[in-house]
Design a protein around this ligand. Structure first.
Ligand code: FBP
Length: 329
């Protein structure tokens, strides 16, 4: 058991088992990229990193300068890793096959470089989400993503970085969930949140009430349930919405509760992307004792049909998510 206060490097050297040593190298590269991003985010208003690029991404969304910057830093760092064979990103239509000899390349990474980008220009919290999977050659087509269309339960590790008042890095490589806080004086991640367990029940729910007019009757009833007075189940719950999945998720990981982005009449598939938003957070959630589903199906059991597939997401405390699922059956 590693004690709080050690650096990420020391933690990875001591904690990770032999067969996780290579994943540790990838986690270290991600951490290095996130330090650059964290530094630039704090001065983005001064560094010409605010506002839009004028481009539109694969999802039809306007690309922010920070979207492009974070993607390019992370992709470059992953390309430089001798272990990563392919990279998929919310900001790239196709999978990027890392050029060169693929021998020794054990991993594919899938990422959302700037989660919560509507917060980017208002000094709000944003994040980066990573999924690490086994690398498999995708056939002759260099952009082929067939090899990545696999269940979330096949992930090897998942990680997110939250750029908030502190920059926090949380990961799981299948042996618990571990949190680190960036010490800006030393520019080192320090082990601050050992072996995180998500409470079985919380007292907050997170949903965008602005979508109410589009909600299904199941979602209406669910939100009504959590808003009702009932002392025996500690209701009503308080409502929270940061508008950044990473930030809302981080609160729930530490304090319990649930986050919902359900399907609705405007977005029948939901809004969030399965492979690089929902699946990695579901992996961390399961490791922490929580639960993640679409309402009908566990997120980690879904076999993706497309690289940028969207799914409804209900994620958080085990008992709260089970209660929510009851409204969709
Ligand atoms: P992006 O990856 O484009 O930022 O979208 C994801 C997200 O920002 C989540 O982080 C957040 O919870 C949600 O969308 C906010 O949605 P809304 O715009 O409905 O508040």
């Amino acid at each position: 058991m590693v004690s709080p206060g050690v650096t990420l490097q020391q933690f990875l050297a001591e904690q990770q088992s032999q067969d996780q040593r290579e994943i540790s190298e990838v986690l270290t590269q991600i951490a290095a990229a996130s330090k650059i991003i964290s530094h630039e985010i704090t001065r983005s208003a001064l560094a010409n990193l605010s506002g839009l690029t004028g481009e539109v991404n694969v999802h039809g969304e306007a690309v922010k300068k920070l979207d492009r910057f974070t993607n390019s830093v992370l992709v470059q760092m992953m390309e430089e890793s001798r272990l990563v064979g392919s990279i998929a990103s919310e900001e790239m239509e196709e999978v990027l096959r890392v050029p060169g000899d693929s021998s020794g390349r054990s991993y594919s990474v899938l990422l959302d470089p700037l989660d919560g980008s509507s917060n980017a220009d208002i000094n709000g919290i944003v994040g980066t989400i990573f999924s690490i999977r086994p690398f498999q050659e995708g056939g002759d087509d260099p952009g082929s993503h067939q090899a990545l269309l696999r269940k979330g339960s096949e992930q090897l590790a998942a990680e997110y970085i939250m750029y908030g008042p502190s920059t926090v890095l949380v990961f799981s490589a299948g042996e618990g969930v571990h949190g680190f806080t960036l010490d800006p004086n030393e520019n080192e991640y320090i082990y601050s949140h050992p072996d995180i367990r998500m409470p079985d029940r919380g007292s907050t729910y997170a949903i965008n009430h602005g979508n109410r007019t589009h909600w299904s009757s199941s979602t209406e009833k669910l939100v009504e349930h959590f808003s009702q007075q009932d002392e025996s189940t500690h209701r009503p719950y308080s409502q929270r919405w940061v508008g950044s999945l990473t930030a809302d998720f981080h609160r729930i990981l530490l304090e319990g509760g649930l986050y919902l982005y359900p399907e609705d009449k405007k977005q029948p598939q939901g809004k969030l992307r399965l492979l690089y938003e929902c699946a990695p957070l579901a992996f961390i959630t399961r490791q922490a004792g929580g639960r993640a589903s679409t309402g009908r199906e566990q997120i980690l059991d879904i076999i993706p049909a497309q690289l940028h597939q969207r799914v409804p997401l209900i994620i958080g405390s085990r008992d709260d998510v089970e209660t929510a699922e009851g409204f969709y059956r």
